[in-house]
Design a binder for this molecule. Structure first.
Ligand SMILES: Cc1cc2nc3c(=O)[nH]c(=O)nc-3n(C[C@H](O)[C@H](O)[C@H](O)COP(=O)(O)OP(=O)(O)OC[C@H]3O[C@@H](n4cnc5c(N)ncnc54)[C@H](O)[C@@H]3O)c2cc1C
Length: 120
C-alpha cells in the first residue's frame, strides 16, 4: 500500500489530505503537525482577540470524525526533525521514523525579523 506523508496540518496540509481522498486516492495518508490541538482556522483568532476575547477559542478546520471517516492518520504533537529523501523516510524529534512514497511539505511560514535598527 502506497503511503503519502503530509508534513504540516494547517489549512494547506489538511486540504491536501481531503483532496487526495476526494479524488479517489486509496493509499495511506499520514497528516503530521506539531500542535496538539485538532487542526484549526487561524484567521478568526486575531479578529476575536481584537474584538473582546483575550483567549479566543480555535475553530477546528474539520471535526475529528472527518479524519476517521476519510482514513487520514492525524498525527498531532509530532515534530519532524529530518527528512531523508534517498531512503524516503522522515525522522521525528523523538527519534521515531516513518517511511513515505510521496511527501507533501505544507509547513507554512514564519515571520523573520529584519536585522535592522528600528523594528522591535
Ligand atoms: C492569528 C492569525 C490570523 C490570521 N489572519 C489572516 C487573515 O485574516 N487573512 C489571511 O489571508 N490570512 C490570515 N492568516 C494567515 C493564514 O492563517 C495562513 O496564511 C495560513 O494559516 C497558512 O496555512 P498553511 O497550512 O500554509 O500554514 P500554517 O497554518 O502555518 O500550518 C503549518 C503547519 O505546519 C506544522 N509544522 C511546521 N513545521 C513542522 C515540523 N517540523 N514538524 C511538524 N509539523 C510542522 C505546524 O505545526 C503548522 O500546524 C492569519 C494567521 C494567524 C496566525
Amino acid at each position: 500500500m502506497e503511503t503519502t506523508v503530509i508534513i504540516g496540518n494547517g489549512v494547506a496540509g489538511t486540504t491536501a489530505a481531503a483532496t487526495l481522498r476526494r479524488n479517489g486516492y486509496e493509499g495511506t495518508i499520514k497528516l503530521i503537525g506539531e500542535e496538539a490541538a485538532l487542526p484549526y482556522q487561524r484567521p478568526p483568532l486575531s479578529k476575536a482577540w481584537l474584538l473582546d476575547s483575550d483567549r479566543p477559542k480555535p475553530t477546528p478546520l474539520r471535526p475529528l470524525s472527518f479524519y476517521e471517516d476519510n482514513r487520514i492518520d492525524l498525527m498531532r504533537a509530532r515534530k519532524v526533525a529530518k527528512i531523508d529523501t534517498n531512503e524516503r523516510r522522515i525522522f521525528f524529534s523523538d527519534g521515531k521514523t516513518t517511511k513515505f512514497d510521496n511527501l507533501i511539505l505544507a509547513t507554512g511560514a514564519a515571520p523573520r525579523r529584519l536585522d535592522l535598527k528600528g523594528p522591535t
